[in-house]
Design a protein around this ligand. Structure first.
Ligand code: PLP
Length: 381
């Protein structure tokens, strides 16, 4: 072949094979994937319409229903990270002009606000200082005032470490005729969730936290009430990739090609969910609670204070107050560079004020806590 165009080699790197440090990921996510999950991910891919893969999709759907405690038929994993699944809930449920009431008590509440606005929602907010949660009576007052089509809440605010109680909120939403949308990104697998009992209509999560899987295949579910709203839409879902009318035909019995699923990520997710079912979801919740209480006690023993009132603290993510005069970023840097331990810094209102310590999925183990508690006093002294 005669070559007439000269190759531009200016971006051509001659690299050594991949060499990534082995870190203990105790930040806000991703957490370390379970070794068996990484092994499953190594399985050679098959086609995305191969019967073996379609069977695996059914298994994922069923195990997601178990993990979330729901019977919702439309329960799938979105190909993308938690934000894609978040966008899927908004894109499918919001029609231009719909009043959407969002509880904002942290960074991810604000992301929902931005996203719902982009889909034409008439967004209303209720706010709380970061680290606090909404009471049922505050939610009732807000529903009375705004009469929304959808109430959206973040169950586990990763930016603050607070757990929003949901018990009773679904009944309120039914009384006011609205759907309940819930972010469970930092709660699924590690914090008790009873989607059907709570009356949640739309929920999403991620794979890289409580499920102990790499990021990229994100749980999504919608109730029959939410499906009915979708069916009654006057306008098309404004996002082709995340339109459940189309995606549902790939995950449902039609098996119509929609996109090429990231096959190996779904292998990983299936293995993560299998391990969780083997452990038993209630045992996983207890494990997360036990280990985080061990962490809290250890942190308090070395004189550190926690940002959230104990009753509302998450078992998956703890916000630790950075003591006066301590450079939080510098400490996190030493932990990472010298000890291979990742912890997160504060976001938004809590930037520079807290560290965020995650104990999620495979990482919720006494060994992880021991390692951090062994190193932290040395680094702080
Ligand atoms: N919602 C919450 C509460 C989160 O913590 C995150 C990420 O940490 C997201 C949404 C977005 O998920 P992702 O980063 O996987 O896109």
């Amino acid at each position: 072949m005669t070559q007439t165009i000269a190759i531009d080699n200016s971006q051509k790197l001659q690299l050594a094979p991949l060499d990534i440090p082995n870190r203990l990921l105790l930040g806000p996510g991703p957490s370390n994937a379970h070794p068996a999950v990484l092994e499953a991910m190594n399985t050679p891919p098959v086609g995305h319409l191969d019967p073996a893969f379609l069977g695996l999709m059914d298994e994922i759907q069923s195990l997601l229903r178990y993990t979330w405690q729901t019977q919702n038929q439309l329960t799938i994993a979105v190909s993308g990270t938690g934000t894609a699944a978040m966008e899927a809930t908004i894109a499918n449920s919001v029609e231009p002009g719909d009043v959407v009431l969002i509880g904002v008590a942290g960074y991810f509440g604000n992301r929902l606000v931005d996203m719902a606005g982009r889909y034409g929602a008439d967004v209303r907010t209720i706010t709380k200082p970061w680290g606090q949660v909404f009471s049922l009576s505050e939610l009732r007052t807000a529903l009375e005032t705004h009469r929304p089509a959808i109430l959206a809440l973040v169950h586990a605010e990763t930016s603050t470490g607070a757990r929003q109680p949901i018990d009773g909120v679904g009944d309120l939403c039914r009384e006011f005729g609205c759907l309940l949308l819930l972010d469970t990104v930092t709660s699924l697998g590690g914090v008790p969730i009873f989607l059907d009992t709570w009356g949640v209509d739309l929920a999403y999560s991620c794979s890289q936290k409580g499920l102990g899987c790499p990021p990229g295949a994100s749980p999504f579910t919608m109730s029959q009430r939410a499906v009915e709203k979708l069916q009654q839409r006057k306008t098309k879902v404004a996002n082709w990739y995340l339109d459940m009318n189309l995606l549902g035909k790939y995950w449902g019995s039609d098996r119509i090609y929609h996109h090429t699923a990231p096959i190996n990520l779904y292998y990983a997710l299936r293995e993560a969910l299998r391990l969780l079912a083997q452990e038993g979801i209630e045992n996983s919740w207890q494990r997360h609670q036990k280990n985080v209480e061990y962490l809290w006690a250890g942190l308090e023993d070395i004189g550190l204070k926690l940002h959230v009132q104990q009753e509302f603290r998450l078992p998956t993510l703890t916000t630790v107050c950075i003591p006066d005069g301590v450079d939080g970023k510098a400490i996190a840097k030493i932990l990472l560079n010298d000890y291979n331990i990742e912890v997160g810094g504060g976001l938004g209102e809590l930037a520079g004020k807290v560290w965020r310590v995650g104990l999620m999925g495979f990482n919720s183990r006494t060994e992880s806590v021991d390692r951090l508690l062994e190193v932290l006093p040395q680094v702080l002294s």
